[in-house]
Design a protein around this ligand. Structure first.
Ligand code: UD2
Ligand code: MN
Length: 570
């Protein structure tokens, strides 16, 4: 009996240890110092994108076996296309700088060949997910300007080899007026590949719209011209869009090293964000959301997308107004699209079970006919002017050089916004990106003058009284000064911790002081001419002179009892 008891005890201990080991393996952080070092975020000018910070290596190195195609398979996949001749047609000359033309190491890319094994960088649970067997097919849209032949071909071949053939309706290449028309033309010998060439340089925005307009599938998939798609990259994205056509989805964008073309896994804890200068950045998912994520295969809501790689229903793309085609060359279109999708009834997400590699570069390898800075300003100014409402002031403070720069007419886009009945940017700030902090406004103290009287408080009551006089304003001895001193921080009218609030939303309601809360509708004011209008009721602050008390009444322009002129106290 004792032997049996011992055996049971040993088995129990072994079982407990085994369970602990399993759990530890599951939660172990998958980072390696080497990969992290490779991921230094690069800073580039004018809002250029850096590679996602924090790379990680998964514990099980599931490299996709190199699919070496048999001659028949190769013919089936590539048709009459002569890959060797295509690549040999453009070769780096001995002594040439391999980074000069493309801002990545062309020698390494050429040496790699058009297909290679890459690691399956997804979370291991992704492999056991199932997708509908009747997913709709997609048109892949790739625009490029002077892309290297080896990277472009690798993008296309990875799509053909790593997607279920039935899901690929066609691959539409838009050659944005590259120097050599053959870069694109020759590729149209590959089955499913079509080539459109622009008669002049249009930039990626108009090029993508041209591609979308010729697409025949019901779903659009956009890719940059230097990508490599990973195992089962397409199914998760098409599945999400099939379930709800208002979703716009993107993969986790892995990093292809611009130096040695190593394929590196990006962190699965990042989403797209930006600062007020409209500079895109990768940022950590907010901690509460991270804690709430029990399933690492679930989509990640993102305030903005990086821009290059996403899947969108074609009718939804058209319904929402495609892109702003007055944006040129590169930049800003990802903000415009992201604001528009969120504010006009859709959503944006990153799907961790879809992975696509991309060569992130430190500089643009091509020229901007109007200059890089001016183009970025024009494009982001258009996005700010159409979509950011009163928040555009923060864009201008963060990018003062944008003021006064030409950005063309935005009438059509404003009409579109009205027609689609889109929500205000304030809604986006409160519901989609509350983590984006509004810059602290400089607290300037003012008096609010009505003739010789000033708005004044008596603890929680408000009235008006003879102005204490500017010569006394800074003196502690002046009893009225503090009670006549206001900070106008839209939407609040503030005195220390108390704010001006209405007691009810109807005309004639009294006005009082209460603890500040910028979300409280009763405390929201904005200037209207020389009057102060309560934002929600639309009524104006009225001294009710000479009888008092202070109330809100119907706004009447130039009405003496509604005039409150701010005068800054220095
Ligand atoms: C990122 C996006 C990119 C775009 C851009 C902002 C990713 C992976 N990439 O910059 O798609 O949203 O942010 O605008 O999210 N191109 C043209 N004509 C031009 C210029 C560029 O066709 O005049 C092509 C270019 O060959 C490439 C694509 O547009 O295929 C994007 O350009 P990029 O790779 O220089 O942009 P990237 O990755 O820095
Ligand atoms: Mn790119």
């Amino acid at each position: 009996r004792r032997i049996r008891a011992n055996a049971i005890a040993i088995l129990t201990v072994a079982w407990i240890l085994g369970t602990f080991y399993y759990l530890w393996q599951d939660s172990k952080p998958h980072t390696s110092p080497a990969a992290a070092a490779a991921a230094q975020t690069r800073s580039r000018s004018h809002g250029q994108k850096a590679a996602p910070g924090r790379l990680e290596i998964h514990r099980d190195d599931r490299t996709i076996p190199l699919i070496t195609l048999t001659f028949q398979q190769e013919v089936h996949l590539l048709g009459g296309f002569d890959e060797k001749a295509y690549l040999a047609g453009k070769q780096l000359k001995p002594g040439d700088d391999p980074y000069r033309e493309h801002a990545f190491n062309l020698q390494e890319s050429d040496r790699l060949g058009s297909e290679r094994a890459i690691r399956d960088t997804r979370h291991y649970r992704c492999a056991s997910l199932n997708y509908d067997t009747d997913l709709p097919s997609t048109s892949i849209i790739i625009t490029f300007h002077n892309e290297a032949r080896s990277t472009l071909l690798r993008t296309i071949k990875s799509v053909l080899m790593r997607s279920p053939p039935s899901l690929i309706q066609e691959i539409i290449l838009i050659d944005d007026f590259s120097s050599d028309p053959e870069d694109c033309q020759l590729l149209s010998q590959i089955p499913k590949v079509h080539c459109l060439r622009n008669g002049r340089r249009e930039g990626l925005i108009r090029s993508r719209v041209r591609g979308a307009n010729t697409a025949t599938a019901s779903i659009l998939t956009f890719l940059d011209s230097h990508c490599e798609v990973n195992t089962d990259w397409l199914q998760p994205m098409i599945q999400r869009v099939k379930e709800d056509h208002t979703r716009v989805v993107s993969p986790i964008i892995d990093v292809i090293s611009l130096d040695n073309f190593a394929y590196l896994a990006a962190s699965a804890d990042l989403r797209g964000g930006f600062d007020w200068s409209l500079h895109f950045k990768w940022e950590q998912i907010p901690i509460e959301q991270k804690m709430a994520r029990s399933d690492p295969t679930q989509p990640i809501r993102t305030p903005v997308i990086a821009g290059g790689i996403f899947v969108m229903d074609k009718s939804w793309f058209n319904h929402l107004g495609q892109y702003d085609t007055h944006m040129d060359i590169w930049g800003g279109e990802n903000f415009e699209l992201s604001f528009r999708v969120w504010m006009c009834g859709g959503s944006l997400e990153i799907l961790p079970c879809s992975r696509v590699g991309h060569v992130f570069r430190k500089r643009h390898p091509y020229d901007f006919p109007e200059g890089n800075a001016l183009t970025y300003i024009k494009n982001t100014r258009r996005a700010a002017e159409v979509w950011m409402d009163e928040y555009k002031q923060y864009y201008y403070s963060a990018r003062p050089s944008a003021q006064g720069k030409a950005f063309g007419s935005i009438t059509d886009r404003l009409t579109l916004r009205r027609k689609l009945n889109c929500k205000p940017f304030r809604w986006y700030m409160e519901n989609v990106y509350p983590e984006l902090r509004v810059p602290e406004q400089e607290a300037v103290s003012s008096v609010l003058k009505q003739g010789g009287s000033c708005l004044e408080t008596h603890t929680y009551d408000v009235g008006y009284n003879i102005c204490a006089g500017s010569n006394h304003m800074n003196s502690n001895l002046c009893p009225l000064c503090a009670s006549q001193r206001w900070e106008l921080i839209e939407p609040l009218i503030r005195q220390q911790d108390l704010c001006l609030a209405i007691s009810a939303f109807t005309s004639g309601s009294k006005v009082k002081m209460e603890p500040c809360n910028a979300k409280e509708p009763r405390q929201k004011w904005k200037p209207k001419g020389t009057a102060l209008q309560h934002m929600v009721s639309g009524l104006c602050l009225d001294s009710n002179a000479p009888t008092g008390p202070l109330v809100i009444t119907q706004c009447r322009p130039q009405m003496a009892s509604q005039t409150w002129e701010p005068q800054v106290i220095t």
